[in-house]
Each structure stands twice: as structure tokens, then as C-alpha cells.
Design a protein around this ligand. Structure first.
Ligand code: NAD
Ligand code: AHE
Ligand code: ZN
Length: 370
């Protein structure tokens, strides 16, 4: 079939909207009509050329929601008409990783996913002249139709709006999951969230759900304050307004350091600040942000010797097929909020405007509706 997609032709160039060929689902695969997709900073990161795994031409996008149109041979858990959210972290439920309760990082198709192809080693997308186009994070939601492995789709309830629940495909789950699954924040905790964008705001609402007492937000952009307060931030710090050492300032503000800190910026300098602003003896710092190729984190080992832990999280530690339908329920039941964070709704033709808004710090989430 043919479908419309925003294609990343090469690094650093705007996406090009075009008709592309899409082959139908092979064994174990599913054809999905994407109804809406969010724009995550990770898409911009890969498009910029900073992603060591970034390859072109590719169809980016990993925060979608849609409807199953067709299933390939052997697919048993999904049927046409089912509503689904694509999962860049699949859940096969049989690999060593899925069988280990300590991780959500299903590895059954990680290698081919990272290479931009389906598990059989080929791509379903091509240009009209036959040039293959790579998949991205196993999802490629910047296309009106896409093909995914069955294990990379969460089946969700049919009354949930696509233009909101697409965000559960990455940002919402990552932020809330970082608090609940990864950090396992306790009631009464003190926490600091660095970066109050599409991920950081969801860390805030996760902290509020977990019953944290003090929730400090740190961002260079003052315009994030209003939204951050709405999602639970109790104190705001703009590093540009701090005279002297930022770590010392945060340690003083928390009365000795935070129980939990979260980096949602992808800046390795910020990651160090986050680690060092966590409490001596027991503070835990969770890295969510994705840093460019070649970037490395550093600190004095003494920071760890004296009881701080540095950890990371992908997709908020969530097991997608199990957890994503529950998070959709939380949204539908009013337990979590999504709507105010979707600040812009665009057509596919305007997708590059969404990236401009992100880079200008003017959007939280821009969503493309098909
Ligand atoms: P975003 O652009 O919406 O938000 C980033 C925020 O960080 C902005 O508000 C910006 O002003 C702020 N910021 C930038 N530099 C800063 C600094 N030095 N100090 C304080 N604040 C600063 O991006 P997003 O979509 O929220 O993504 C955030 C990060 O999380 C990105 O690196 C993204 O790739 C990553 N991410 C990781 C996962 C995961 O599973 N680990 C999932 C999704 C996104
Ligand atoms: N490809 C990059 C790393 C990108 C990365 O860390 N991705 C996160 C999800 S970000 C979603 O917005 C992730 O899930 N990582 C685990 C994994 O297996 O990719 C690089 O540096 O090579
Ligand atoms: Zn993302």
C-alpha cells in the first residue's frame, strides 16, 4: 500500500512529507493506522545527528496511538479494529530480560530495532523509487500507517482519545514510571526534577501521586513555572538566577539534599548536579535524559562512596503490554492529567513547526493528528 509519512532524509534537515510504499505485515507483525503521534525530544535528538544509532533515511516517531488494520500469520493477541499504542520497549514475556523482574528492557528484538529493520532484517517502508526507508525505535509513528511486531503493541480501551493517549507511548509513562517503577519514591520524600519539559512534567505528576512532600523543579526557562506548579512543583529554581554553587543552593533548599533527583534534560553537566544534589547516605539520582554521542558523565567517586546512587531508566521501567493499558485507565479515570501538556496540535504537513516550537521552548507536547 501507499501511505503518507514525514521522512528524515538526512541528519540536521527538516523532515520531508511524502507518499511512501508500505509492505503488509509479515508473520508476527501487525499493520497499524496511526491516528496521532507526539513529538518527543528524542526524535529531535536523532534527527540532529547526535544519536549514535541514528540512520537515514528513516521514518522517526515513537509516541503514537492508532488502530489495527491487519495482522500477519501467527498473531494471536490482536485483531483488526483493536486500539493500540506502539512500544519502543516491547514485551515478549519470554526472553531472559522479560523473565527477570529487575528490568523492563525486553531484548528479543533490540538488535534489529536498533538497526532500523523488522525482526526478519528487512524494512517494510520504501520510497516510491524503491529506495528502502528505515524504521525508528521499532515504531515509525510519523507515518499514517506503520508495521510493528505484535510484541511491540499495547492493546488499549477503545473509548480513550488517540490525540491524548499517544503521549502515554513515551512521555507520560517515562516520567511517571521513573518515579513509581524506577525510584519507587516513598510518601514524604523530597525530590528535585531537572528539566520541566514533556518528560519532567510527568515526573512531577508521578511525584505528586507518590506523595512527595517537597518537589523542586529546575529549568532555565521561566515560562515552564506555571505548568510545573499545576503538576505538583512546590519550589522553582532557575540556575541562571542562582549566585554561587547550584548544588549548595539545592542542598540548602532541601535541608541536606534530596531523597530523589531526576535528570530530564539530557545534559551531562546537569546529570552531575542532580547526583550531587541528592542526599548523602541515601540519595538516588535517576537519569532519564538522553545524551549525545561521545558525551560522558563524571563525578568524584566520593559522591558514591558516601552513599548516593546513580541510576537510569528507559520508558520509566514500564513493561508496555502490561502497564500501558493501566496508564490509559488512570488517564480515563482522572488519576493523571494529560490534556494541558498537549500545547499544540498539528497536521502532518506542519510537523517541522512542531520541532521549531520544541527548540524554541514554546511547546510541551506538540501532537500530530492524521
Ligand atoms: P523537552 O525539550 O520538552 O524538555 C527539556 C527541558 O529541559 C526544557 O524545559 C529545557 O528548558 C530544560 N533544560 C535544558 N537544558 C537545561 C539545563 N541546563 N538546566 C535546566 N533545564 C534545562 O524534552 P523532553 O521531551 O521532556 O525530553 C527530555 C529528555 O528526556 C531528552 O533528553 C529526551 O531524549 C529524554 N527522554 C528519555 C526517555 C527515556 O526513556 N530515558 C524517554 C523520553 C525522553
Ligand atoms: N540510541 C541512543 C539512546 C537512545 C535512548 O536512550 N533511548 C531510550 C528511550 S528515549 C525515548 O524517548 C531507551 O529506551 N533506551 C534503551 C534502549 O535500549 O534503547 C544511543 O545513545 O545509542
Ligand atoms: Zn520519547
Amino acid at each position: 500500500m501507499r501511505t503518507r509519512a514525514a521522512v528524515a532524509i538526512e541528519a540536521g534537515k527538516p523532515l520531508e512529507i511524502m507518499e511512501v510504499n508500505l509492505e503488509g505485515p509479515k508473520a508476527g507483525e501487525v499493520l497499524v493506522e496511526i491516528k496521532a503521534t507526539g513529538l518527543c525530544h528524542t526524535d529531535a535528538f536523532t534527527l540532529s545527528g547526535a544519536d549514535p544509532e541514528g540512520m537515514f533515511p528513516a521514518i522517526l516517531g515513537h509516541e503514537g496511538a492508532g488502530v489495527v488494520l491487519e495482522v500477519g500469520a501467527g498473531v494471536t493477541s490482536l485483531k483488526p479494529g483493536d486500539h493500540v499504542i506502539p512500544l519502543y520497549t516491547p514485551e515478549c514475556r519470554t526472553c531472559d530480560y522479560c523473565l527477570n523482574p529487575k528490568t523492563n528492557l525486553c531484548q528479543s528484538i533490540r538488535e534489529t530495532q536498533g538497526a532500523g529493520v523488522m525482526p526478519d532484517g528487512t524494512s517494510r517502508f520504501s520510497m516510491l523509487d524503491g529506495t528502502p526507508i528505515l524504521h525508528y525505535m521499532g515504531c515509525s509513528t510519523f507515518a499514517n500507517h506503520t508495521v510493528l511486531p505484535e510484541i511491540a503493541l499495547a492493546k488499549v480501551r477503545k473509548d480513550a482519545p488517540f490525540d491524548k493517549i499517544c503521549y502515554i507511548g513515551c512521555g507520560v509513562t517515562t516520567g511517571i514510571g521513573a518515579v513509581i517503577n524506577t525510584a519507587k519514591v516513598e510518601i514524604g520524600s523530597k525530590a528535585i526534577v531537572f528539566g520541566l519539559g514533556g518528560i519532567g512534567l510527568n515526573v512531577l505528576q508521578g511525584l505528586r501521586m507518590a506523595g512527595a512532600d517537597q518537589i523542586i523543579g529546575v529549568d532555565l526557562n521561566d515560562s515552564k513555572v506555571e505548568m510545573a506548579k499545576r503538576f505538583g512543583m512546590t519550589d522553582f529554581v532557575n540556575p541562571a538566577n542562582v549566585t554561587g554553587d547550584l548544588v549548595a543552593h539545592l542542598v540548602e533548599l532541601t535541608g541536606g539534599g534530596a531523597d530523589y533527583t531526576f535528570d530530564a534534560t539530557g545534559n551531562v553537566g546537569v546529570m552531575r548536579t542532580a547526583l550531587e544534589a541528592s542526599h548523602k547516605g541515601w540519595g538516588e539520582s535517576i537519569i532519564i535524559g538522553v545524551a549525545p554521542a561521545g558525551a560522558e558523565i563524571s563525578t568524584r567517586p566520593f559522591q558514591l562512596v558516601t552513599g548516593r546512587s546513580w541510576r537510569g531508566t528507559a520508558f520509566g521501567g514500564a513493561r508496555g503490554r502490561t502497564d500501558v493499558p493501566k496508564i490509559v485507565d488512570w488517564y480515563m479515570d482522572g488519576k493523571i492529567e494529560i490534556d494541558p501538556m498537549i500545547t499544540h496540535v498539528l497536521s502532518l504537513d506542519d510537523i517541522n513547526k512542531g520541532f521549531d516550537l520544541m527548540h524554541a521552548g514554546e511547546s510541551i507536547r506538540a501532537v500530530v493528528e492524521f
